[in-house]
Design a binder for this molecule. Structure first.
Ligand SMILES: [Mn+2]
Length: 192
């Protein structure tokens, strides 16, 4: 579990995260579609997530979404602790109607984002589609996570975005889960 607060001149963010939760989400970012995405992430990853975000939406949604990614990634990093006993790797191939999304994670401590997704609209509701990549870049770097997201098929932008966030939740749920066969930290180096 972790609770992280971050305040800048652009955003004021508080996130409370329990990785071993039950999927309870209370998300208020001021960007309705982004709330819908984080809700799907928490619900399908069985994380308890409270996010209270106040950002400079009079500018646009950029700072609000990017900074929420930084704080969520930081919360994941802190909640993982020394990563004793967890699977470390997780992946999901998630279908949603015509859309199919692959998400693969290694909680290696080495940040990397591979992102292959194209959107045919600039916005979904009140969220800029180009911010989806920025969000996952921020999460992967602040969590020290190797994260690959690849949209294998899809035409509906709402489906594509939603499948990405749900696949991320499912893959992360697997990566952070305990395996009783793992003694200590699952790395030949002895640390992650
Ligand atoms: Mn939806």
């Amino acid at each position: 579990m972790a609770e992280i607060s971050r305040t800048t001149k652009e955003t004021d963010i508080k996130i409370d995260l329990n990785l071993d939760g039950s999927g309870k989400a209370d998300i208020k970012t001021g960007v309705g579609f982004f709330d819908h995405m984080l809700d799907g992430f928490a619900r399908h990853g069985f994380f308890d997530l409270t996010a209270s975000v106040s950002g400079d939406l009079f500018v646009d949604c950029h700072h609000t979404i990017e900074d929420t990614g930084i704080v969520l990634g930081t919360a994941i990093f802190k909640a993982l602790g020394d990563k004793q006993g967890i699977k470390r790797y997780g992946s999901m191939m998630l279908p949603m109607d015509e859309t199919l999304v692959l998400c693969a994670i290694d909680l290696s401590g080495r940040p990397y984002l591979g992102f292959d997704a194209e959107f045919t609209s600039d916005k979904i509701g009140d969220m800029d589609t180009e911010m989806i990549r920025e969000f996952f870049y921020a999460v992967s770097y602040s969590a020290g996570m190797n994260l690959h997201i690849r949209v294998l098929s899809g035409t509906n932008n709402h489906h594509i975005a939603e499948a990405i966030f749900k696949a991320f939740g499912k893959a992360l749920d697997e990566a952070v889960s305990y395996d009783p066969r793992i003694e200590g930290i699952l790395s030949t180096k002895g640390s992650l």
